[in-house]
Design a protein around this ligand. Structure first.
Ligand SMILES: *[C@@H]1O[C@H](CO)[C@@H](O)[C@H](O)[C@H]1NC(C)=O
Ligand SMILES: *[C@@H]1O[C@H](CO)[C@@H](O)[C@H](O)[C@H]1NC(C)=O
Ligand SMILES: *[C@@H]1O[C@H](CO)[C@@H](O)[C@H](O)[C@H]1NC(C)=O
Ligand SMILES: *[C@@H]1O[C@H](CO)[C@@H](O)[C@H](O)[C@H]1NC(C)=O
Ligand SMILES: *[C@@H]1O[C@H](CO)[C@@H](O)[C@H](O)[C@H]1NC(C)=O
Length: 340
């Protein structure tokens, strides 16, 4: 009996002394999985189309190895099915997904009548996980939205997303078309190693998220910060040369005034090379890789098989939570731990 229990899960004592129970994983990061495009019926479809165009064109095996496409429109009076576009080839799957959404666009007659109605994004995510599709585990879900949820309790959904190792990239267009709690989406991303960005332009939010071309998570850290300070971050070790992109969200809403600036620096402990990137609040939403609360830094770190020490200098006028993520095109053989 003891053996059986031990073989079912392992107990972990983490550095801060919390006891963790780790259940066997449902899948590995390289297993075949799904890319879900989920978009709100409240959006201007022209903008959704602009973002999705590259997915349907010129998609090749190297771009989306091991991921089939699925689509769903949410925030509609009648709930719509999540459609898995199973094609002969992956490019056929992506072309079919594009044709499908281009045909349906958005349907104003299906819009919620009141701005007090919250987004049903959380219900949509639950339906995705409960769909019994065999490749849900390890999926990457791109959520494009405008209406906020009314819920604040995300514990049940967080458990499921973690169990199925689903990566969320959440782009929120502001101003919101309804709902009460935009921060719910930020918290959902924080607790599931995902990312959440706000902008008046959907594309600006989208371009600061992990991307289908490089979804594999190498680093994920949430930090509560306030005032000014310097912090040594946990180091990262690459077993082989790896190109990673840094996605960093610095505040939990589009309107917060707290974030002033950060500098993230690295040292390659083998070669001694160093580098750093600085961003300030004046740079919000100015350029391609920045939104109203986040930045992307392409080709962060010099990409060698080495251990890198990392340091963060920050300046906040009050408190907020930073989400630091590194993602790569190169597959990784393990999942990252989660943080609350
Ligand atoms: C795709 O699956 C194969 C076989 O499981 C695996 O070797 C490869 O690393 C996977 N590719 C990605 C990008 O995960
Ligand atoms: C939708 O977006 C397009 C391009 O950004 C813009 O030209 C158009 O006016 C917008 N439509 C509505 C209804 O806002
Ligand atoms: C945006 O950035 C450019 C280049 O750094 C700068 O010249 C410009 O003043 C900035 N715009 C705003 C509105 O801050
Ligand atoms: C890794 O990168 C270093 C420095 O750019 C290079 O010298 C080395 O050949 C690369 N190794 C592999 C296996 O590509
Ligand atoms: C933090 O940012 C504020 C506003 O930009 C600036 O006045 C202050 O000097 C900065 N503090 C530090 C320690 O850099």
């Amino acid at each position: 009996m003891k053996l059986l229990i031990l073989s079912l899960f392992a107990l972990f004592l983490t550095v801060n002394g919390c006891l963790r129970i780790r259940w066997p994983e449902k899948c590995s990061p390289t297993d075949f999985s799904v890319f879900l495009l989920a978009y709100s019926n409240d959006l201007n479809f022209t903008e959704v189309r602009k973002l999705y165009q590259p997915f349907g064109e010129g998609i090749s095996r190297q771009d989306v190895e091991n991921r089939t496409a699925a689509t769903v429109r949410f925030d509609t009076k009648t709930k719509e099915d999540i459609v898995f576009h199973e094609g002969e080839t992956l490019s056929a799957s992506y072309r079919a997904s594009r044709d499908y959404i281009y045909e349906r666009e958005v349907d104003p007659s299906q819009s919620f009548d009141s701005s007090e109605t919250g987004s049903d994004v959380m219900d949509m995510l639950e339906r995705f996980i409960n769909s019994h599709h065999p490749n849900i585990c390890g999926s990457f879900v791109l959520v494009l939205m405008k209406r906020s949820p009314n819920e604040v309790d995300i514990s049940k959904l967080v458990r499921k997303i973690r169990e199925y190792r689903i990566l969320l990239g959440i782009a929120v267009q502001v101003p919101s078309s309804g709902g009460l709690h935009p921060e719910t989406m930020y918290n959902l991303a924080a607790q599931t190693n995902g990312q959440c960005a706000f902008s008046q332009e959907l594309g600006k939010a989208y371009f600061t998220l992990p991307h289908l071309w490089y979804p594999n998570a190498y680093y994920s850290l949430n930090l509560k910060v306030s005032g000014t300070g310097t912090m040594d971050l946990p180091p990262i070790t690459f077993k082989e040369n790896v190109t990673v992109h840094l996605e960093i969200a610095v505040q939990s809403s589009a309107t917060a005034e707290s974030f002033q600036s950060f500098t993230i620096s690295w040292v390659n402990t083998q070669s001694g090379t160093t580098g750093s990137s600085t961003r300030t609040r004046e740079q919000f939403n100015n350029g391609t890789f920045t939104s109203l609360n986040s930045f992307k830094i392409l080709d962060f770190i010099d990409s060698e098989a080495a251990t890198y020490e990392l340091k963060l200098d920050y300046n906040y006028s009050s408190e907020d939570t930073i989400l630091i993520r590194m993602n790569s095109k190169q597959p990784i053989d393990h999942w990252l731990p989660f943080q609350d």
